[in-house]
Structures are given as structure tokens and as C-alpha cells.
Design a protein around this ligand. Sequence first.
Ligand code: HEC
Ligand code: HEC
Length: 254
Amino acid sequence: MKSALAALLTAILTMPLALAHSDYHGLPPAGAAAKGAPLTAVCSACHGSNGMGMTTQYPNLAGQKFNYILKELENFRSGARTNSIMSAMAMTIPPSPHNANLKDIAAYFAALAPMWTQAAQQISTPADPEQLALGQRIYTIGIAGKHIPACAACHELGGEGNGPMAIPVLAGQQAAYMIKQLEQFASGARHNAPGHVMHMIARSMNAKDEAAVAAYLQQLNPATTLGIGPKDFASYARALAAPSAGAGAATGAH
Ligand code: HEC
Ligand code: HEC
């Protein structure tokens, strides 16, 4: 019998193949975010005018990866992902050639101030240090004995996701929403991850693991938690250009 880790490896290796058949890689068309704004009026009732969910069940979309938002909207429209509210909402977006409307909406939310810079005020109960330590361990190194891989391998060390691979941002996402998604991946109710990777991973986690990793991620801020220094070339260039360029400016915190 194939081990869970061997199955996971196969899934990871087949991910680029699954991606190659779809419409959601590539960059947002020029000017897309501005065109998307008027299409999102209805979305803000639940996802907030700043892209932050109005309740813990409504995911934050602010700064989510363009490719991932586009994929999820395509999935809700095709039925590959289902949710009583969102399946209906996705169908209200007017059809357009080459999914231009979906791309404009995805570009709009992707360009908002990232959820991790806005998330702190949403956390009502302070995290328990022991729970955070377990969450950090699962996230950064995984638990080999339970076949839980390091989430950071795909979602990136700061939880900032991977655009070209359509792997979502998790830093600053609503903990309750993430727990629900992990449960749905585990049960198979959500089955739209390429190669079913998240299904295999979530199946290895118990409720305590899920709650811990979600609590860790909700408070994670990649701009400040991973040490001093710019996280990408654009922030490095901005730090150099800033009049008072110094360690503070170089962290890219705002
Ligand atoms: C009535 C509330 C409501 C409205 C209005 C709404 N959504 Fe949602 N949205 C949800 C819920 C609930 C979910 C989570 C579904 C789940 O649990 O699988 C969701 C999930 C999503 C996701 C997936 C996010 C992720 O992290 O996977 C995207 C993308 C999204 N919505 C975009 C939109 C867009 C675009 C609109 C406007 C056209 C919109 N939503 C309108 C409630 C809403
Ligand atoms: C092999 C790569 C990989 C690994 C490792 C991985 N993920 Fe994922 N994860 C994905 C992909 C790809 C998706 C997007 C699925 C889709 O296309 O809808 C995802 C989606 C998610 C979502 C849903 C986010 C949303 O906005 O709806 C959560 C929550 C999540 N992962 C948590 C985790 C946790 C916790 C771990 C570690 C225990 C982990 N992932 C490890 C690839 C991975």
C-alpha cells in the first residue's frame, strides 16, 4: 500500500499538470483592478469594502493572490467548489469573453492592502502561547509522525501564498474560516485542490491541530515576524528610495 507521504509527493508532482489546463495562471490584464471595482459592490456586503470579511465565516479577500481568487471564482461557477451562498453569488457576475469580469474582480481584491496588515483588529480572543507554538510547529516543520507536511512548503514561510501556483495567502485569514475549510477538505466536501493535496493533508489533522495552525496563521504578519529586511525586490527598492531609509523602512511594515 502506498504511504500517505508517497501519495502526497505524487500529488505535488502532478500539480503543475493540473494547473496547465486552466485559465488562472498569468498576470492580471492592465487596468483590471480599476475595472473590477464597480463589479464588487455586491461582494462587499459580506467581504467588506476593504476586502475583510464582515463575520468570521466570510473569508478575507484583501491582498489574496490574483490567480487563486480567479481559480476559486471559476470553480464556484463550474461547480468544482460548492457553497450555498458563494455558488449563487458567483453566478451573478455577468459572463464575459475570456472571463474578463472574473479577472477584473480578482485583480481588484488582490490589489487591496494585504489582509495581514488589516487583521489584528479582528482577533477577539488573545492567542494561547502553547496553542501558537503547536501551530507554528505544524506550519513551519509539520509533524512527520502524523504525516502532516510543513504548510510553509507550499503556502510560503510567512503565509503569503504563491501566486503563479494559485496557492492562497493564509497570513491574516479568519481562523474560523480556515478551520471550516480544513474540515471540508478532510471530509471531501471541498475537493478542488489540484491533485487533492489539501484533502490528504487535512485528513491527517485532528481538531486540535486545525485550531492551532489556524490561530497561528490568523495572527501571522510576514512583514514583521520573519526578521528585519525587505521580503521582495519591490520593497527593497522602495526602502532604498525612502528619504529616511533605515532598518525600520526596510522591513516594509506599514
Ligand atoms: C452573502 C455573503 C457573500 C457575498 C455577497 C459574497 N460572498 Fe464570497 N464568500 C462567502 C462565503 C460564506 C464564502 C466561503 C465559502 C466556503 O465556506 O466555502 C465566500 C468565499 C469566497 C471566495 C473564496 C475565498 C477563499 O479564500 O477561498 C471568493 C474568491 C469570493 N467569496 C468572492 C466573492 C465575490 C467576487 C463576490 C461578489 C460577486 C462575493 N464573494 C460575494 C460569502 C459571500
Ligand atoms: C503541497 C502543497 C500544499 C501544502 C503542503 C499545504 N497546502 Fe494548503 N493549499 C494548497 C493549495 C494548492 C490550496 C488551494 C486549493 C484550491 O485550489 O482551491 C490550499 C488551500 C488551503 C486552505 C484554504 C484557503 C482558503 O482561502 O480557502 C487552507 C486553510 C490550507 N490550504 C491550509 C493548509 C495547512 C494548515 C497546511 C499544513 C498543515 C497546508 N495547507 C499545506 C497547497 C498546499
